[in-house]
Design a protein around this ligand. Structure first.
Ligand code: SAM
Length: 282
C-alpha cells in the first residue's frame, strides 16, 4: 500500500468526485428518513494543502485552487453549491483555503443527526488521522478493514437508504474489473442503494472493463459522468476521471449536463478538456 492520497488531495479528479458526492448527499437530505454512507476507501478526512505532500505536487492548484474565489455560471454553481458550502467552513476569513476536506469529511459535514457513516481505511496511519479528524462524532465509525470486504458484508444498511462511495487507489492491475465484480455482488444484495464508483481516465478504452460487465449484467439506472482536463493521448498520464453512478437521484443527470461543461472549462489544462454525461442504462 504505497498510495497516499495526500499528494493528490484537491486535484481536478477530487473536485469532480467531491462535487458529485456532495450533490448526492444534498438529494438524500431532501427526505427526512435517515440515510447511511459507506466509504470503502476513505483516506484521512482532512488534507493540509499548505505543507507536505500536497504542496510538493501542487496538484490542488489545478483543482480546487482554480475554483476558490472564482464564480462559474449559474448552472455550474447550482451543482457546486453543497460542495462549496463545506469548503466555506474550511476557508479563512479572507477566503484562503489551506486545508481540504476529503470524502468522509464532506459527507460528515452534510449529515444530519440520525444519519450514519461507516468509513473503511486500511492504512493504519491514515486510519488514525481519519479518526482524529472526525473527533467524537458518534455518527461516524472508522474501521481498519479491507473496503472490498466491507462492500460484500455490510450491505444493505439497516436504514435501507443511502450511498456507497467506492474510491480505491488503483495501485493494482485489474482494479476496474474487480470494481465491476464487487459492485455487482453488492448490488445483488442491495439493488436500491445509490453507488458512486470512481475511476481514473488514462486509457479511455480501459473503462469498458468497468462498464461492460455492468451493462451485460442488466443493471438498470446507471449513469456515467466524466471530466477530462486534456485529450487522453498519453496513457501514462491522468487526463481525466469519472464516476459510474447507480440509482442516481432522478434530476442529477440533467443538472450534470448543464453544470459540468463550465467546470471542465475552469479545470482545463489544454485543448480537449470536456465533460460527458452518459446514461448507460435507463
Ligand atoms: N475517498 C477519499 C477521498 O475522496 O477523500 C480518497 C481515498 S484514496 C483514493 C484511497 C484510500 O484507500 C487510501 O487512503 C488508501 O490508504 C486506502 N486503501 C487502499 N487499499 C484499501 C483497501 N483495500 N481497503 C480500504 N482502504 C484502502
Amino acid at each position: 500500500m504505497n498510495y497516499r492520497h495526500a499528494f493528490h488531495a484537491g486535484n481536478f479528479a477530487d473536485v469532480l468526485k467531491h462535487v458529485v458526492l456532495a450533490r448526492i448527499v444534498d438529494y438524500l437530505n431532501a427526505k427526512s428518513a435517515p440515510w447511511s454512507y459507506l466509504d470503502t476507501h476513505a483516506g484521512v478526512g482532512v488534507y493540509d494543502l499548505a505543507g507536505g505532500e500536497a504542496e510538493r505536487t501542487g496538484e490542488w492548484r489545478n483543482g480546487v485552487g482554480r475554483l476558490v474565489g472564482r464564480r462559474l455560471g449559474a448552472a455550474a454553481e447550482t451543482l457546486l453549491a453543497p460542495w462549496r458550502a463545506v469548503l466555506a467552513e474550511f476557508q479563512t476569513p479572507d477566503g484562503a483555503l489551506t486545508r481540504y476536506p476529503g470524502s468522509p469529511e464532506i459527507v460528515r459535514r452534510l449529515a444530519r443527526q440520525d444519519d450514519r457513516l461507516r468509513l473503511c481505511e486500511l492504512h493504519p496511519k491514515d486510519r488514525q488521522s481519519l479518526a482524529a479528524a472526525l473527533g467524537r462524532d458518534e455518527r461516524a465509525k472508522v474501521v481498519e478493514i479491507d473496503g472490498w470486504t466491507a462492500l460484500g458484508a455490510w450491505l444493505p444498511p439497516r436504514e435501507r437508504r443511502g450511498l456507497v462511495l467506492v474510491d480505491p487507489p488503483f495501485e493494482q492491475p485489474g482494479e476496474l474489473a474487480r470494481m465491476a465484480e464487487r459492485f455487482l455482488a453488492a448490488h445483488r444484495v442491495w439493488p436500491t442503494g445509490v453507488y458512486a464508483l470512481w475511476y481514473p481516465v488514462k486509457d479511455p478504452a480501459a473503462i469498458r472493463e468497468l462498464t461492460g460487465p455492468l451493462i451485460a449484467a442488466g443493471v438498470g439506472k446507471l449513469l456515467r459522468v466524466e471530466l477530462m482536463v486534456r485529450e487522453p493521448s498519453d496513457p501514462r498520464l491522468l487526463s481525466g476521471s469519472g464516476l459510474v453512478i447507480a440509482n442516481p437521484p432522478w434530476t442529477l443527470a440533467d443538472e450534470l449536463r448543464s453544470g459540468l461543461p463550465d467546470l471542465a472549462a475552469a479545470l482545463a489544462q489544454s485543448a480537449g478538456a470536456r465533460a460527458a454525461v452518459e446514461t448507460l442504462a435507463p
